[in-house]
Ligand binder design. Structure first.
Ligand SMILES: O=C(O)CCC(=O)C(=O)O
Length: 283
């Protein structure tokens, strides 16, 4: 198993993410694909088609309660992902937070609305990451992009995922958090308007990024008509609570934005360690 290099550790701190080239062998990639396929064949309670019937339609499945025992636990062991995260952060302990599947088909636009995961879940701190594992070769334009350094910058309101014509429609209407800028529209006008980091990837490469980064983009198109991605999120010692910024409008991701959904946390105090028996401790 590879270890993160010093350059990658620095890129994570500075930019918010990096490409771990060839992190998975072909055999391991097959194992990851089996986890993805299991999730598609056995949809859990938090499945959503975003912007149905539009060019922006995309399928997202979040936090399937059966996915850990049905493949992910074995995958993490095989890949030594907890050791990888521990090395990346110098974190003694590592917990598994949850998985998310993204499936985009039919070569339509379907860019991912720009967002920060850490406004849809009540956590913050340095020790959070997404392992972003795609099964198709992706040119840069079809790969996830992050806004460089944005995990250390402004925290924006989350998008509601309700209005395909307004990817900034706020999830938390009563919150003081600033509304998201329309990054996709800015980029269409001027590709240099945001300092993005993105990568060309081959199957087996993994994008490792901090979920506090503004991230999105990654459309499909004629050259890459389909893209299937397994995302697994981990956190470490210095992940802390950050209460959600207010009541959410209904109908977005249908799980995380509802404050009652977090009653399992050991503490709800702002800044207290983010801990819950709901998250498997991997080391
Ligand atoms: O793959 C995508 O399109 C979105 C990924 C994402 O939002 C995430 O990893 O949190």
């Amino acid at each position: 198993m590879q270890k993160p290099t010093e350059e990658q550790r620095q890129a994570f701190i500075r930019d918010g993410g990096f490409k771990a080239e060839g992190l998975l062998t072909p055999e391991q990639l097959k194992q990851a694909q089996a986890c993805f396929d299991w999730g598609i064949a056995n949809p859990g309670p938090f499945v959503i088609t975003v912007y149905p019937g539009t060019e922006q339609e995309q399928y997202i499945a979040n936090a399937n309660p059966g996915s850990y025992e049905n493949g992910l636990e074995a995958l993490f062991r095989e890949l030594s992902l907890a050791e990888y995260a521990s090395e990346l952060w110098d974190s003694e302990h590592i917990w598994y937070f949850g998985e998310e599947l993204f499936a985009k088909k039919r070569g339509k636009t379907a860019y991912t609305p720009w967002h920060q995961d850490l406004t849809a879940l009540p956590g913050e701190g340095e020790h959070w990451l997404n392992f972003w594992i795609s099964f198709e070769p992706l040119p840069k334009r079809n790969c996830i992009s992050i806004v460089r350094g944005s995990h250390r910058g402004t925290k924006y309101n989350a998008p509601s995922f309700r209005d395909p014509d307004d990817p900034t429609d706020p999830l938390y209407p009563d919150s003081d958090l600033p509304r998201l800028p329309n990054i996709e529209a800015d980029l269409a006008r001027d590709p240099a308007s945001w300092d993005l980091v993105s990568w060309e990837t081959q199957p087996g490469d993994v994008i490792v990024f901090h979920p506090g980064c503004l991230h999105g983009g990654a459309p499909v198109d004629a050259g890459t008509p389909e893209r299937n991605t397994l995302v697994v999120r981990f956190f470490g010692d210095n992940a802390v609570n950050k209460p959600l910024p207010g009541p959410a409008v209904s109908g977005s991701m249908e799980m995380e934005e509802n404050d009652e959904a977090w009653s399992h946390l050991e503490s709800r105090i702002d800044g207290a360690p983010f801990r819950s028996p709901a998250y498997p401790k991997l080391r």
